[in-house]
Design a protein around this ligand. Structure first.
Ligand SMILES: Nc1ncnc2c1ncn2[C@@H]1O[C@H](COP(=O)(O)OP(=O)(O)O)[C@@H](O)[C@H]1O
Ligand SMILES: [Mg+2]
Length: 233
């Protein structure tokens, strides 16, 4: 992932939210990005995933400039190459855990191709992820809404990782967990990204979670827009 000369301002805002000269994340690298609440972490992940486009500068993922793609092509590219783990997981509550994970493959021809190239099937891959993430198969038929927070979180991780996207981005995915389980989940995510070869960009306001990452970045240092967030006032 490579950002260059990035400037982003929310529509209607009077000041820039993000001004970042350069940021590169190498293949398979695991990066922790910290910054207080309101400092622009979620905004940055939206730009990295091509959900929003910057007013100037470029965002490249796997060598593809996201701004060069149409909106539809950008959605397909994101489905193929970027796995998202959201703060509130964003599982579809009425679908089973299994179908939530399979959905990531349904929207992504490339994920299906990569699974097939490794000699697998999406269904077998869900079962493999489930055992690695310590999710009992009995849970798999249950609607996501009936799972505990910790289980939902592991389903969200499996959905992000299935089909080996080159980049996994995680937006404070541990904020709903107690302290013991936060580090356990991060370790699991790090292990799984190592297994799939995916780079990981993990953002959090809590720098105590930064151990075990290859690199720790501070958005306050990276961002020249001068938005220090709530903790910086
Ligand atoms: N949808 C939006 N429209 C307008 N402004 C937004 C929107 N989302 C976030 N912002 C603003 O962008 C800044 C950064 O927010 P955000 O990226 O959510 O920070 P963080 O994730 O670090 O808490 C804040 O000032 C916030 O008010
Ligand atoms: Mg946020």
């Amino acid at each position: 992932m490579r950002l260059c000369g990035l400037r982003y301002r929310w529509p209607g805002a009077v000041a820039d939210c993000l001004v970042i000269d350069a940021l590169t994340i190498g293949a398979g690298e695991r990066v922790f990005l910290r910054g207080p609440s309101g400092s622009g972490k979620t905004t940055l992940l939206s730009l990295v995933g091509g959900v929003a486009l910057p007013q100037s500068g470029t965002v490249e993922v796997a060598g593809q400039a996201l701004g060069a793609l149409s909106a539809g092509a950008r959605d397909r590219f994101r489905a193929d190459h970027v796995g998202f783990v959201f703060q509130l997981f964003n599982l579809l509550p009425w679908l089973s855990a299994r179908d939530n994970i399979l959905l990531a493959c349904r929207f992504s021809p490339q994920r299906r191709v990569r699974i097939a190239a490794a000699g697998g099937t999406p269904a077998a891959e869900v079962a493999r992820q489930a055992s690695r993430l310590d999710l009992a198969s009995a849970l798999f038929a249950r609607p996501a809404a009936q799972l505990s927070v910790g289980q939902q979180q592991r389903v969200a991780a499996a959905r992000a990782l299935i089909g080996r996207p080159g980049l996994v981005v995680a937006d404070e995915p541990t904020s709903a967990l107690d302290a013991d389980r936060q580090q356990a989940f991060i370790d699991l995510l790090l292990e799984e990204c190592a297994a799939t070869g995916s780079a990981l960009l993990f953002v959090s306001h809590d720098q105590r979670l930064a151990a075990h990452f290859d690199r720790v970045l501070d958005l306050a240092t990276l961002n020249r827009a001068g938005n220090a967030g709530e903790g910086g006032r």
